[in-house]
Write a protein that binds this ligand. Structure first.
Ligand SMILES: *[C@@H]1O[C@H](CO)[C@@H](O)[C@H](O)[C@H]1NC(C)=O
Length: 211
């Protein structure tokens, strides 16, 4: 291949890697050799790989509950290295009655949420601000399209549990309120954008900090 052709190939591959979702694996599996740090990790010698690399036991029971009664255990490639290169991951979430999963989105994945227990009011907002929401019960599944804001609330009398699945090994999560009010965005911008005064903004920030 000429040098010019190889340069174009390199550029094409680079663009492809940057734009693509999780790509298809090039081998059966790739258990990272050391702690997961980037998508370009080297794989363990496959003769050192065991069944334990493909099993995750950390979601048998709920995680630690927040003060508001919500618990989630995200199981992405960083805690379950066996997922590496396979383009998927999951989360267990538990809700005390009345508690919520705050509005958030996953920048890199569509999610399906399967209700293992309980009754959950569950929904998302599309890019035209239309809300699609309803109560789903044990055994039902809802899909949250990639990148759209979604939310959930346990409206039953007992604890509810869901298993969320993602089509990315590293879906990411952006919680709307903390991304906006819990970050370092210049206060004047927030004041103008949300029609708040300084005192109201401080109250919101404090609420987020303590909730
Ligand atoms: C993987 O381990 C086996 C057994 O120890 C060894 O024979 C082989 O050379 C190793 N492969 C690589 C690529 O290091």
């Amino acid at each position: 291949m000429s040098t010019r052709k190889s340069i174009w190939l390199v550029i094409f591959l680079h663009v492809y890697l940057v734009l693509a979702s999780d790509s298809d694996p090039l081998q059966d599996f790739c258990i990272p050799r050391s702690e997961f740090s980037s998508i370009f990790v080297s794989c363990k010698n496959s003769s050192l790989v065991t069944i334990e690399d493909f099993v995750y036991s950390g979601i048998k029971s709920p995680g630690e509950f927040s003060k508001t009664g919500f618990s989630s255990i995200p199981v992405s490639v960083s805690v379950f290295p066996g997922l590496n290169t396979l383009g998927m991951s999951f989360v267990r979430a538990d809700f005390e009655p009345g508690s919520i999963n705050v509005p958030h989105y996953h920048p890199r994945a569509t999610e399906t949420a399967f209700v293992l227990e309980g009754k959950i009011y569950s929904g998302f907002v599309d890019s035209r601000n239309r809300v699609f929401a309803k109560v789903i019960e044990k055994g039902e599944v809802m899909v949250f399209p990639k990148g759209l804001i979604h939310f959930q609330m346990n409206i039953g009398d007992s604890r509810a549990t869901i298993l969320g699945s993602f089509n990315s090994q590293n879906p990411g999560i952006v919680k709307i309120a903390s991304a906006v009010f819990g970050s370092e965005i210049e206060e004047e911008i927030l004041i103008k954008a949300f029609g708040l005064n300084k005192k109201e903004l401080a109250k919101l920030k404090k609420f987020l900090h303590t909730s």
